[in-house]
Ligand binder design. Sequence first.
Ligand SMILES: N[C@@H](CCC[C@H](N)C(=O)O)C(=O)O
Length: 280
Amino acid sequence: MKLNFTKMHGCGNDYIYFNCFNQQVADPEALAIRLSDRHFGIGGDGIVLICPSDVADAKMRMFNADGSEGKMCGNATRCIGKYMYDNGLIDKPEMTLETLSGIKLLKMVAEDGKIVRVTVDMGKAILKPSEIPTKFTGDLAVSVPLDVDGKQYAVTCVSMGNPHCVVFVDEDVETLDLPAIGPSFENHEMFPERINTEFIRVIDDHTLQMRVWERGSGETWACGTGACAAAVAAVLNGYCPKGEDITIHLRGGDLTICYTDEAVFLSGSATTVFEGSVEA
Ligand SMILES: N[C@@H](CCC[C@H](N)C(=O)O)C(=O)O
């Protein structure tokens, strides 16, 4: 059996998207592992299913490259908005999207009939360490010490529907050896469900530089929820103001985040790369 797919990316965070309004994907965990492989598959950071929903315009399920299911994915939400509008599944440039972390509202900008930019209301940031989840105690984990492979880091933990550990560093993040240090954060005993880790250099009070090691996918060129977590952490640590746009420079492009008391807003591009079909 063949499955039709669309390869899309948000700032280089690339997933293989399946329209499940008109086809069914069995065993998405195994499919994610096989197709994400950049040598023997299509290549991507994972797969995303765009499914019918009883409570929203569509429902997202996303699977990392190791087959694990993520509860939230900021870049995929934006790409789904573009897919739904560009393919006539919605007729106005806004939609609701059901995720494992609740229903998100997307507002989009169209140019020549195609979506070029999407803003997602990601909901409130979750800061209670036990709810992220982490094993830190207390009401917040802001600049708390963490020993990783014998080196001391100060980390700030945030959930954007999925867990993040944000580390502020002084050096250019391009100089970091992420494949060496990323897995030790991801699988650290303080994070019972593993963790996504963002390494951040503060450029100024409205600009951050970021690299990310994602749970289940390794280094990716962008992470929407990670960019949100980084902006929240920057505010909590006093580097950036609340309620104003913060630009995050990622390996694959820029994202804009605004952290308010009501919600975190994520804005950025969404791009279609190619379409095809693959043996299921
Ligand atoms: N790239 C994503 C996040 C994908 C899920 C993450 N790896 C997890 O397991 O929580 C984004 O853009 O937010």
